[in-house]
Design a protein around this ligand. Sequence first.
Ligand code: HEC
Ligand code: HEC
Length: 501
Amino acid sequence: MQADDYDPLAAARLREKIGNVEAGIPPQCYARTGAANPCYVCHTTPRGNNRADDAELQERYDFSPLRRRNPWTNAFVDRRAAIAKVSDAEILAWARADNYAPLRASTARLADYRGWKPDIDLQQGFDGQGFARDGSQWRAFRYKPFPSAFWPTNGSTDEVMIRLPAALRTDARGRESREVYRANLAIVEALIATPADIADAAIDRVIESIDERAAGLDLDGDGQLGVATHLRGLPARFAGSASGKPRRGVYPQNTEFLHTVRYLDPAQPDYAAQRLKELRYSIKAIEIDDVSIATHYQDGAREKLTGDRPHYSGNALTGQSNDYGWTLSGYIEDAQGRLRLQTREEQLYCMGCHSNLGITVDQTFSLARKLPGANGWGLQTLAGQRDAPQHGKTRGEYAEYFERAGGGDDYRANGEMLRRLETFTATTSLREMLLPSAQRALALNKAYREVVLEQSYKLGRDAVLVPLDQLVHRQLDKGDPAPKAADKRYDDAQLWLDWPR
Ligand code: HEC
Ligand code: HEC
């Protein structure tokens, strides 16, 4: 294949008709439940700025008539024969090839593309504090993975990076300053990762050591400028030259996130393969005020009541934007495994989880779950991680999930996890628990690669080893179901964790 016939925007440029206009409703919502409830981790009661009150969606498959037929039919395709035909060596070679560098090179050449261009040199990697070595100012952080979908045992590994805008990286005289940047990252982390029920004055978060003199800000509230290892109280302003004010549960304008979704490579410590399945990006392009946030949540609730569907501005080439000021976009593999911009419909999939969902903090997931302090800065790893409880609870979050969901994935389809659940305790290493056997990892890669070859992402992009007919609804009747007894609804889920002191 010639490098110059590679156009990463080709698929996104095609003006396809959108088949699934509600692609923001993910496949998980069609899981058969019975006594189990995997729904509560996403659909919950309002907390902080997030006013979405969607816990009751746990109780009923309350879809608009259009959506009673499950559009994610890849869950029902039998890929066992196809999986058996691919050798381990072949899929490992696939997973170990770099498809990111070519994407970066080819998008860099596109003069008139206004969407986000991958601007990090992943090959150069990150320094000991998680900063990208290439000077792009991206910073990788470590987090406890959100239950289920992003556990390696269920198909993919991932990494997340954050970047604050230039104004939050420069000192009062307008010069780039690492110390100012680190101070502002600590502030943003505290704004997002502090549970909403903790008062502003009571904020107390362990942070990496920061020289307050260089940052020009008393972070630990001891009345003097020294070295801070805690952030205490809500700071009145950001460090350096930024004019905006820190707001609880709200990212500053132009905060960016990168999310790599990777194949599994059992030879890597965290199974992070070289090859990307997807590269996902978001930017808080507009910071809206609290009144507007509340109003948009009310509008979202009304849409649900009237059966209207959410609308997003933008298109495949610009990325799509929600009412809360975020623009999202994503790349995914073409049939040859080269990363390409996703189509409008494929990107519509992003918008549900990152817009009106009950569980998020300012429409995001991972920063609220960042490991506190210096240990939380660096490329994602499960090493050393244990099952921290959600805020205000004593029991581990995953232990609770395993019991309520009745398994180790949304569908109770992961047999390896079902067997491991028996021995799971608060001291089990998450690496031991969430990394699949090598055999399972390769099978998951093979199953997913079939979807790549078919380019059938709009029918679902999960790695499915065995058809899920028994575990997932294909079609819901009008009268269908109160699937669960009412006592199986849980209103207590939140993203925030209580870390061991
Ligand atoms: C990974 C997160 C996640 C999980 C787990 C999940 N959902 Fe959802 N659900 C969503 C998102 C995102 C939407 C779309 C929200 C939007 O567009 O505003 C949604 C939408 C829905 C809707 C449609 C609401 C409407 O207004 O049309 C129903 C019904 C629903 N979910 C039920 C369930 C049930 C039942 C379960 C468990 C079997 C479940 N969900 C599990 C994320 C999830
Ligand atoms: C089913 C729900 C769901 C869908 C659909 C989804 N995401 Fe996410 N996203 C998550 C979760 C959960 C995380 C945190 C990952 C973790 O914990 O490992 C995340 C993380 C991210 C992050 C890092 C910042 C953050 O919010 O934590 C970005 C950027 C992102 N997603 C973009 C996208 C894009 C772009 C798409 C579409 C291609 C997409 N997402 C589709 C659930 C979803």
